[in-house]
Design a protein around this ligand. Structure first.
Ligand code: ADP
Ligand code: ZN
Length: 210
């Protein structure tokens, strides 16, 4: 099963992708995590991406299209995958279609703006593995330490209120139109966030018929 998770920053795409992958036994592919790893490693892609990310802007389509082509060609993607945070523009979605990437379903996670702002201020991510936590809603077992790998939890540079507002603006302009793009192709399933991450996950499995 090849899935796309759509949703505003803070909607919980990463958290849901992680749960789905464990349940379905397929990898989750987050362009945000791939880019953050590239920045940490100082690769040419990372150097190109950093200034866009820190400013809350999108990384140019051609960079993302290259990353995703490479990643989906790896053998662990053969049985399916969950795409988290990509495509994020109509240009990326069209390029994926042109490349022959087949998508079975697109889940749009819907959430209020108020809830997004609340969540992002409490978000912490693992420096080592990228897992995300929320100080209120999804705290780690030990403060400041990742449950999965023992890595250090940090606040992302782009999670400051000012940058979050910019990312939301970009989301409405560039990414929200993807819901119509996939609805036209009969692939879109909408899920509203209500309750905890398990409740949202149950709703996602239900719309997917799983
Ligand atoms: P969130 O979903 O919370 O915004 P991500 O980790 O998915 O966080 O992305 C962080 C940043 O990485 C984005 O603001 C953007 O700069 C860049 N990025 C990630 N994926 C893409 C993409 N598909 N296209 C363009 N930029 C991207
Ligand atoms: Zn970790």
């Amino acid at each position: 099963m090849n899935l796309i998770l759509l949703g505003a920053p803070g909607a919980g795409k990463g958290t849901q992708a992680e749960i789905l992958c464990k349940k379905l036994g397929i990898p989750s592919i987050s362009t945000g995590n791939i880019l953050r790893a590239a920045i940490k490693d100082g690769t040419p892609t990372g150097l190109k991406a950093k200034s866009y990310m820190d400013a809350g802007q999108l990384v140019p389509d051609e960079v993302i299209i290259g990353i995703i082509g490479e990643r989906l060609a790896q053998s662990d993607c053969a049985k399916g995958y969950v795409l988290d945070g990509v495509p994020r523009t109509i240009g990326q979605a069209e390029a994926m279609e042109k490349a022959g990437i087949k998508i079975d379903a697109v889940v749009a996670i819907e959430i209020s703006e108020e809830e997004i702002l609340r969540r992002m201020s409490g978000r912490r991510v693992c420096e080592a593995c990228g897992s995300s936590y929320n100080m209120e809603a999804i705290p780690p077992k030990v403060e400041g330490i990742c449950d999965n790998c023992g890595g250090k939890l940090i606040q992302r540079k782009d999670d400051t209120p000012e940058t979050v507002r910019e990312r939301l603006k970009v989301y409405h302009k560039e990414t929200a139109p993807l819901a119509d793009f996939y609805a036209e192709r009969g692939l879109l399933k909408r899920v509203s966030v209500a309750g905890d991450k398990e409740a949202t996950n149950a709703a996602i499995l239900q719309v997917l018929g799983l």
